[in-house]
Design a protein around this ligand. Structure first.
Ligand SMILES: NC(=O)c1ccc[n+]([C@@H]2O[C@H](COP(=O)([O-])OP(=O)(O)OC[C@H]3O[C@@H](n4cnc5c(N)ncnc54)[C@H](OP(=O)(O)O)[C@@H]3O)[C@@H](O)[C@H]2O)c1
Length: 429
C-alpha cells in the first residue's frame, strides 16, 4: 500500500482533533482511501504546552522546515489561523508541490483566488471546506451538487458567537453587554470579540460563499458590514410581536446586473428555518433555480465538527493521489459581477423612535417618511413613559431604498419631538 504523508501546522483546538483522528482511525481511513495516510509531524509554538491528547513527543516540532523539507509529506494541513504566517506557509507548501488543506477563512477570503491559481500552476490541490461553517459541508455542494443551478440568493447565519448572543438577548431579555459576557465566560466569544460582533468573520465567510455561488470574485472589503453591538433587547420583543426574530444575516443576492453582499442584523420571519437557528448553530440557505430552497444546518464551530471536514478534505486529496488522478483545485470565477453599493439596496425596514408624547408627532413622522417616498406598512406605539412624557413608536416600512431611509432617519432624529432613533434594522424576507 502506498504511503501518503501528512504534515500538520497547528495543534490547537482543531489541529488536536485532526491529529487525534488521523492517528486513532488510521487503519479505517487508509482502507477507505486505498493508501496509508500517515501523520508525520505537527508544528507548534510551544513544545511544553499541555495538549488535549497525549501525542507522541516525536510528532511535535517547532521547526516548520521539518515539514516543508520532508519529501515524504504530500499534504500540508494549515490550522495555525490568522493571516500571517499562515498565508506564507500555504504559499510555501504549494510552491514546494505539496497539497494543502486549510480551515482559514481569512486567508481564503482575502487570497483564495491567487492561491488557487498558484496551486493550479503547481498541479496540487488546495481544499478549504472547513473555512465556512466548519463541520457543515456547504462549499463542496455549491461547487459540485448544485453546479447545474443558477443561484439567486444566499442567506446565512455563519457566526456561532453572535448567534449565541442574539439567542440569549431574545430568550432572556438580556442587554447586549451581559449576553456577550456570558458568551465569553462559556468560551463561545474571544476576550476581544471584535471580529465576531462587528461581522468581520461573517464577511470573510460570505465573501467565500458568494464567490463560489455566483462565480465572481467577491472581496471581504466589498461586503457591507454592520455588527450587533447596538441592538437593544426591546427590539427583540417588538420584532417577535410583529412576527420576526432578529438574526445576524450574511446575504448575497443577484439583483439585475449586480450582486448584493452584506452582513447585518435583520428581522427574519418567524416561520422561516433561519429564524429557528439558535445558539452556536449555523445555517446556510441557498436558492437555486432548479433545486429551489436548500438549507444546510449544523455546528458551525468547535474542534470535532471542524476536524470532520478537514479530515474529509485530506481523504479526498489522498484518494486522488492513490488513484493517480489529475488534481485541479476549483474556484471557477469566470464572471465579473459588480457589487451593488449599499445605498441602492431595496428592502423593508423596522425602526423605533423615542418621541415626546404629544399630539401631532405621528403626523410629523409620516410627513418626513412621505417626503422620502417611504411608505409605512405598520405603526405601533409602545411603552408610554408617563413621567418622562415619552413614547416608543415602532414603524415597519414597505420596500424602500436604503439611501432614502438613511436620509429620512437623519431628518427624523433632528425633529424637536423625536428624542432618539433607538433602532434601524433591515427586514429580510
Ligand atoms: N476553533 C474552531 O471552532 C474553528 C472552526 C472553523 C475554523 N477554524 C479555523 O481553524 C484554524 C485553527 O483554529 P484553532 O481554533 O484550532 O486555533 P488555535 O486553538 O489557536 O490553535 C492554533 C495552533 O497553531 C499554533 N501556532 C499559532 N501560531 C503559530 C506560529 N507562528 N508558528 C507555529 N505554530 C503556531 C499554536 O501553537 P501552540 O499550541 O504551541 O500555541 C496552536 O497549536 C483557524 O484558521 C480557525 O479560523 C476554527
Amino acid at each position: 500500500m502506498r504511503e501518503i504523508g501528512v504534515g500538520l501546522l497547528g495543534l490547537g483546538v482543531v489541529g488536536s482533533e485532526v491529529a487525534h483522528i488521523l492517528l486513532q482511525r488510521s487503519e479505517r481511513l487508509s482502507e477507505q482511501v486505498g493508501a496509508s495516510v500517515t501523520l508525520k509531524k505537527a508544528l507548534v509554538r510551544d513544545l511544553a504546552k499541555r495538549r488535549t491528547y497525549p501525542f507522541p513527543p516525536e510528532l511535535l516540532t517547532v521547526n516548520v522546515d521539518e515539514i516543508f523539507n520532508d519529501p515524504s509529506i504530500d499534504i500540508v494541513i494549515e490550522l495555525v489561523g490568522g493571516e500571517q504566517p499562515a498565508l506564507d506557509y500555504i504559499r510555501r507548501a504549494i510552491t514546494g508541490d505539496k497539497h494543502v488543506v486549510t480551515a482559514n477563512k481569512e486567508v481564503i477570503a482575502k487570497n483564495g483566488y491567487r492561491l488557487l491559481s498558484l496551486a493550479t500552476q503547481h498541479e496540487v490541490d488546495l481544499r478549504y471546506e472547513a473555512s465556512v461553517c466548519s463541520g457543515i459541508p456547504v462549499l463542496s455542494p455549491l461547487q459540485q451538487d448544485l453546479a447545474a443551478n443558477e443561484i439567486s440568493a444566499i442567506r446565512a447565519i455563519v457566526n456561532g458567537t453572535t448567534n449565541y448572543i442574539l439567542t440569549k438577548m431574545a430568550r432572556e431579555d438580556l442587554p447586549y453587554e451581559q449576553a456577550l459576557r456570558e458568551a465569553q465566560e462559556l468560551g463561545y466569544a474571544e476576550p476581544d470579540p471584535t471580529n465576531d460582533v462587528e461581522g468581520i468573520d461573517a464577511a470573510y465567510k460570505l465573501a467565500i460563499l458568494a464567490s463560489l455561488a455566483f462565480h465572481t470574485p467577491v472581496r471581504p472589503s466589498e461586503v457591507s458590514r454592520e455588527g450587533i453591538s447596538n441592538l437593544d433587547p426591546k427590539d427583540f420583543t417588538y420584532a417577535h410581536e410583529l412576527g420576526y426574530a432578529v438574526k445576524l444575516l450574511a446575504i448575497a443576492k443577484q439583483r439585475g446586473e449586480t450582486l448584493e453582499a452584506r452582513v447585518h442584523p435583520a428581522l427574519t420571519p418567524l416561520d422561516t428555518q433561519l429564524a429557528t437557528v439558535d445558539g452556536v448553530y449555523n445555517a446556510v440557505q441557498v436558492e437555486g433555480d432548479l433545486v429551489g430552497t436548500l438549507v444546510f444546518y449544523g455546528r458551525g464551530a468547535g474542534g470535532r465538527p471542524t476536524s470532520s471536514t478537514v479530515v474529509a478534505d485530506v481523504l479526498t486529496i489522498a484518494r486522488n493521489i492513490a488513484m493517480g488522478g489529475i488534481i485541479k483545485p476549483r474556484m471557477e470565477l469566470n464572471r465579473r459581477i459588480p457589487i451593488a453599493p449599499m445605498f441602492e439596496i431595496v428592502t423593508r425596514y423596522y425602526f423605533r423612535l423615542s418621541v415626546a408624547d404629544q399630539p401631532g408627532v405621528l403626523a410629523q413622522i409620516a410627513r418626513v417618511l412621505g417626503d422620502h417616498r417611504i411608505s409605512i406598512s405598520s405603526v405601533i406605539q409602545k411603552e408610554l413613559d408617563e413621567a418622562a412624557q415619552t413614547a416608543q413608536i415602532v414603524i415597519l416600512t414597505h420596500p424602500s431604498v436604503e439611501q432614502s431611509v438613511q436620509s429620512a432617519v437623519a431628518e427624523l432624529a433632528a425633529l424637536p419631538l423625536v428624542n432618539r432613533v433607538g433602532a434601524l434594522i433591515r427586514v429580510e424576507h
